[in-house]
Write a protein that binds this ligand. Structure first.
Ligand code: PMP
Length: 387
């Protein structure tokens, strides 16, 4: 009897449907240019939007912290794993997001997986956008609450669904910037519904922090709604260029989560080096506002260049979806672009729906206009030739 048969068959089926995932090995640090397959590539897929993964001043500070604090934290946050560096980062995050308090988790995934089951229990309702990130979906599943999915960013559908559960306590959760389509939550609509119906509001700012708002503070700054969301969650692994997740809000919120969020309590905390790098990156966003401005200029420039090349591209965020449709075609377009030195992987099911495969271009503040113009022309050619 072959105990692995079912699994082997499933792998084969993934291959036949062009849904099999290959790991791509990058042979350099993460920058606007990377080495891949022994060649220089223009990186158009990284979440390191401000190009902080390999930044000299961040590295110098992290190296100093490495010498002083070593490589590991030796325990969970509530045992030995809270150093001065962790506290400094939390203070910096709370300041940056204009909140009373912040707490750091090991990843953004762990933050969503910790917060949602801690705050919501049996008898509660979690209203979740249909395009929310997998970590929110898993967090909802791990809680004992009922999850009600509403149509993407559709506040009328959300209100209709809230009214079907009169008086039931709960929470509305949404990506701030949606991770595949790059569009933004209707924050004014969501907060108004949360306030009207006495629900908590929670926004995942993974792709918003360092990207949207005049100074990169995220969705609230973009909508001029500072302080209006109950729970701001995010990650340190994208624009901040390090690792880790965070939650910002009231002291009541963070004190509660420190006592109830299992992914915070039962997991060894981030190394002091990582949290130090994240803190220095937050300072650099403030010290060098040109980075956020350049990123926002690059977004406008790249969308215009794509449009000139016949691609229907619109985005106000660093994520620019280029829709292809079929999985096989998307892989072919991505391979053709790789051959020409442009790194943009195809995004396929289950990350997006079947038959809605796409390229997900992600921009950095340090891409030059010339690079983006060349990339847009190559994408236009590849998409128009192969689809
Ligand atoms: N939320 C969103 C919207 C994300 O896109 C991601 C990462 N892909 C996460 C949460 C998880 O963050 P992390 O990578 O830090 O685990």
């Amino acid at each position: 009897m072959n105990k692995w048969r079912r699994i082997e068959e499933e792998l084969q089926s993934l291959q036949e449907q062009h849904l099999y995932r290959e790991i791509r090995v990058i042979e350099s640090s993460q920058h606007a240019h990377v080495r891949y397959r022994n060649r220089d590539m223009l990186m158009l897929a990284s979440n390191s939007y401000l190009d902080f993964c390999d930044e000299e001043r961040i590295k110098a500070y992290a190296a100093q912290v490495l010498t002083e604090y070593g490589t590991g934290s030796g325990g969970s946050r509530l045992t030995t794993g809270t150093t001065v560096c962790h506290i400094q980062l939390e203070e910096a995050l709370a300041r940056f997001k204009g909140r009373e308090s912040a707490m750091v988790f090991n990843t953004g995934f762990a933050a969503n997986g910790g917060v949602l089951p801690a705050l919501c229990r049996g008898g509660d309702i979690i209203y979740s956008d249909e395009l929310n990130h997998a970590s929110i979906i898993d967090g909802c599943r791990q809680s004992r609450a009922e999850t009600v999915i509403y149509r993407h960013n559709d506040m009328r559908d959300l209100e209709r669904k809230i009214r079907e559960h009169p008086g039931q306590p709960g929470l509305i959760v949404s990506d701030g910037v949606f991770s595949m389509d790059g569009d933004m939550v209707d924050l004014p609509g969501l907060v108004e519904l949360a306030d009207t119906y006495g629900l908590l509001s929670m926004i995942d700012e993974a792709h918003a922090t360092g990207v949207v708002g005049n100074s990169g503070r995220g969705c609230e700054e973009y909508f001029h709604m500072e302080g209006r969301t109950d729970i701001l969650m995010g990650t340190l692994s994208k624009a901040i260029g390090a690792e880790g997740g965070y939650v910002c809000g009231s002291r009541t919120l963070t004190e509660y989560l420190k006592n109830r969020a299992r992914s915070y309590i039962f997991s060894t905390s981030l190394s002091p080096v990582t949290v130090a790098a994240a803190k220095r990156a937050l300072e650099l966003i403030e010290e060098e506002p040109w980075r956020v401005r350049r990123l926002q200029e690059n977004i406008r420039w790249f969308c215009r260049e794509l449009q000139k090349n016949g691609i229907d591209a619109h985005s106000e965020t660093a994520i620019i979806p280029i829709r292809i449709g079929g999985e096989e075609k998307a892989v072919q377009v991505s391979e053709a672009l790789l051959e020409q030195g442009f790194f943009i992987p195809a995004i396929r099911y289950p990350t997006v729906k079947k038959g809605e495969a796409m390229l997900r271009a992600a921009l950095m503040a340090t891409h030059t206009k010339e690079e983006l113009t060349a990339a847009a022309a190559a994408i236009g050619r590849a998409v128009n030739c192969l689809t």
